[in-house]
Design a protein around this ligand. Structure first.
Ligand code: NAD
Ligand code: ZN
Length: 249
């Protein structure tokens, strides 16, 4: 572990332009469960496909029930040592961008400027109409749900309202995908923190970085789909590894 941290420090020192790529694993130390760990959410429930959400009021009701039940965990969560270490690297100009699969907003909460966070799977802290894009706040939707037992359709166009996240089966956001690709191709060091790297196209970013000649670092408790390809793999908690490497508590 000590040796691995020293190697990571040397790789950071040698880098001119690093990119950090995060998954649900960076936020578990903040109390937000991930999906694929043995204790993750999918040990309990299966994800709802976008097509089912759109086609069925019953699936929408189930999705909102899960969202509102999970909401207090999300709201109570604070950035942890891993988030703080990443924020320091951004502040020091070492890391040019943080590409995240997370929808919890904790990178921004840790002080990474909005402009440097690329959210591939959207954001769960608000909702919008799938047809006209009108924004809806979660609290207002929750109040209606508690009163009427449903989340209503869009007041403007009667379209379906959904959290501003990307579900399975839903198209990836084009602008964010493009920016993420550009940052990935410009990086000389690509650091993956807490992603099982099994969901495409997200998992293709480390592959692209590697192909472009960047060094690849993976920090994850369990083996990932791309460990074989990495220059450095550390199977350990992100807070300890990144906090130790960057000198953040
Ligand atoms: P995942 O659940 O597939 O994988 C997370 C990985 O992180 C696991 O392999 C696990 O072993 C590892 N891990 C967990 N805690 C760790 C820690 N403290 N230190 C080191 N490793 C740790 O997550 P994913 O690959 O990001 O994909 C799941 C999808 O779920 C993403 O698309 C994301 O949008 C969504 N999601 C987001 C959140 C969030 O926003 N916090 C939470 C759950 C799921
Ligand atoms: Zn609408």
């Amino acid at each position: 572990m000590k040796h691995d941290i020293a190697t990571l420090q040397a790789m950071l020192a040698a880098s001119q332009r690093a990119v950090v790529f995060t998954g649900a694993g960076i936020s578990t130390e903040s109390g937000i469960p991930d999906f694929r760990s043995p204790t993750g959410m999918w040990a309990k429930v299966k994800p709802i496909m976008f097509q089912d959400y759109v086609a069925s009021a019953a699936w929408r009701a189930e999705a909102w029930k899960r969202k509102f039940e999970h909401e207090h965990t999300m709201r109570a969560a604070q950035p942890n040592r891993g988030h703080r270490a990443v924020a320091r690297l951004v502040r020091e100009g070492k890391v040019a961008a943080v590409i995240t699969q997370n929808i919890d907003g904790l990178h921004q909460a840790s002080g990474v400027p909005d402009a440097k966070v690329i959210e591939l799977h959207g954001n769960a802290t608000y909702a919008h109409c799938l047809d006209c894009g009108e924004r809806y706040e979660i609290d207002a939707l929750r109040a209606a749900w508690e009163r009427d037992g449903v989340v209503h359709d869009c007041l403007k166009c009667e379209g379906i309202i959904k959290t501003a996240t990307i579900s399975f089966g839903q198209a990836m956001p084009e602008a964010q995908m493009l920016r993420a690709q550009q940052e990935t191709m410009a990086a000389d060091l690509f650091i993956v923190l807490g992603s099982s790297l099994v969901v495409y196209p997200a998992a293709s970013f480390p592959e692209v970085a590697r192909r472009k000649g960047a060094r690849l670092v993976i920090v994850n408790n369990e083996p990932t789909g791309l460990d074989d390809m990495a220059d450095l793999v550390i199977h350990h908690g992100i807070g300890d590894v990144m906090g130790g490497a960057v000198g953040v508590n």
